[in-house]
Design a binder for this molecule. Structure first.
Ligand SMILES: Cc1cc2nc3c(=O)[nH]c(=O)nc-3n(C[C@H](O)[C@H](O)[C@H](O)COP(=O)(O)OP(=O)(O)OC[C@H]3O[C@@H](n4cnc5c(N)ncnc54)[C@H](O)[C@@H]3O)c2cc1C
Length: 495
């Protein structure tokens, strides 16, 4: 029986493991951390649970191909899906703009805010509606399709193609200027960072408004652990606290990998289901470079990466009347000299196990980009200054919350502040990136097979193969790695 060694126990690695077992391989997952899930995780602090990932999961709509795939790997079996009526609310100078799940409601609420933007709002909603026909293809990777399958795929993507043509090369900022009302303009412009393609908002809202982007009850860690259970139930082996530090190569074949504690694990095939940079430049020491990735890593303007400052807060009270995700104006505080205009808070009032009774867990995500990542890298060298900066940011967020919600005064507790360095430390994530290259107007699409030129039996898998990344690309690429291997070995693929 062929043995597959999978490096990384995130969503891609676990998915690859599940399909490896289903297809008669003997597999082992080596995971650096003491728990499974990679960036799809959560952690406990002072009686609260901080969910560290899912704000929305593409694939929660029953009967769709991607929903079937999530169920196949045990992620959604028997799990309730939380579908907030408002995906996000944005406050701007006294006006609250909602991204309602019900598209008609979204439209009428926006027209109520700004009747003079009626035409622009109608076009916005019409294009979202058109894009609702788009379903993420999960069957076969394009490189395994025959000409008829490719034609069918192209046809199924025609609405997505139309939206990309219309908005792909426009920035969200520029698109927002179609709207006259400052609150609508600001809501749209602040959806993604400056310079990012306007198409992203249409894909997000098309998914949300057709019920394809809900939240699995129990959160991110629970979902990842369900998948790990499914893998174990199929006979797979998990070795946590097993960071791979060396790949042992003879000729064009990888023979084994060595873990940090000196253990060597042999295999016939190797799937690196982890960060692309840590594979190409780290484990493979730059000896098997990949042009597509090199070009992107060396051009962060066109291929930006985003990380987060992720803040967990416990509130001694309940928040049912506040939308699950709310963006509000932050007042005046700065991080790395850059003013933070908005704070985006997500609360978990619907999760009874995330906080003590009568309390609520809250998270804040503050995106960090290139210049911030340099700042954190430098700051972390002085551990005291790094800790102080984290504490300062936490205190600023609490201050902003107390200003916005005076009733919260004295009832907020800082639980945790994670920085881009935290993601690097725990997940080996290049520059703390939580997704792959973000869509900009200049950036070219990447659809990588994971093949590592010069090596016959090792491939890359995971979100980096399908920018902008996220959980569905991790799931799909994990499965695709095994599909390609089955093809190589001339075996039918078992779903
Ligand atoms: C705050 C936050 C919010 C997010 N929100 C969403 C969301 O709402 N929806 C969505 O779709 N996505 C979201 N994401 C993104 C999503 O979490 C990632 O896209 C996805 O988890 C990536 O999965 P992966 O398996 O490709 O990689 P990872 O999760 O990075 O998994 C790689 C694994 O490999 C391990 N590893 C690395 N190097 C080694 C080594 N040398 N040896 C052994 N193990 C190693 C790591 O520890 C890790 O467990 C969010 C991420 C964050 C951080």
């Amino acid at each position: 029986m062929h043995r597959i060694v999978i490096i990384g126990g995130g969503i891609a690695g676990i998915t690859a493991g599940i399909f490896a077992q289903k297809n008669g391989f003997n597999s082992v997952i080596l995971e650096k951390h003491h728990t499974m899930g990679g960036e799809c995780t959560g952690w406990d602090r002072q009686g609260y649970h901080i969910d560290g990932c899912i704000h929305w999961l593409i694939g929660t709509r029953e009967g769709t191909p991607i929903n079937g795939l999530w169920k196949n790997v045990g992620a959604l079996d028997g799990v309730d899906i939380v579908e907030p009526e408002s995906f996000m609310a944005v406050e701007y100078e006294g006006t609250t703009v909602h991204f309602y799940r019900d598209l008609e409601r979204l439209k009428s609420s926006w027209v109520e805010i700004s009747p003079e933007d009626k035409d622009a709002i109608e076009e916005f909603c019409r294009d979202i509606k058109t894009l609702q026909s788009f379903e993420m293809p999960v069957g076969k990777p394009a490189d395994m399709m025959n000409i008829f399958e490719k034609a069918r795929l192209m046809l199924s993507m025609k609405d997505a193609g139309m939206i990309m043509q219309k908005y792909g090369k426009r920035s969200l900022n520029e698109y927002a200027n179609n709207f006259k009302h400052p609150a609508l303009r600001e809501t749209l412009a602040s959806f993604s960072p400056e310079g990012f393609s306007a198409s992203s908002i249409f894909f997000a809202l098309a998914g949300f408004t057709k019920g394809q982007a809900g939240i699995p009850a129990g959160g991110s860690r629970a979902m990842a652990l369900r998948m790990a259970e499914r893998y174990l139930s199929l006979g797979g082996t998990i070795q946590t606290s097993s960071e791979v530090v060396e790949v042992n190569i003879r000729g064009k074949e990888v023979k084994s990998v060595t873990c940090k504690d000196g253990r060597t694990v042999e295999g016939d095939f190797f799937i690196a289901a982890c960060d692309a940079d840590s594979v190409y430049r780290g484990l493979l020491k730059g000896q098997y470079p990949d042009q597509a990735f090199e070009m992107r890593f060396n051009n962060p303007e066109e291929y930006p990466l985003a990380s987060n400052i992720y803040i967990g807060i416990g509130y001694a009270g309940t928040l049912e009347e506040i939308p699950r995700t709310l963006k509000f104006q932050a007042g005046s505080f700065k991080i790395n000299e850059a003013p933070i205009k908005y704070l985006q808070m997500t609360h978990y009032g619907y999760e009874p196990d995330f906080a003590p009774k009568g309390h609520t867990a809250i998270t804040f995500a503050i995106n960090q980009f290139q210049r911030d990542l340099d700042f954190w890298e430098e700051l972390e060298k002085d551990r005291k200054a790094y800790k102080e900066e984290k504490a300062r940011i936490g205190a600023e967020v609490i201050r902003a919350m107390e200003t916005r919600f005076p009733r919260m005064q004295g009832k907020l507790k800082l639980l945790d502040v994670a920085t881009p360095r935290t993601y690097e430390r725990y997940c080996n994530a290049y520059r703390g990136a939580f997704m792959a290259f973000w869509p900009t107007m200049q950036g070219k699409e990447l659809n990588h097979t994971g093949k590592i030129k010069g090596l016959n039996n090792m491939v890359l898998s995971g979100q980096w193969l399908m920018p902008p990344g996220g959980l569905p690309p991790a799931l799909i690429t994990g499965k695709d790695s095994i599909m390609r291997l089955c093809k190589k070995l001339k075996r039918p693929f078992v779903k």
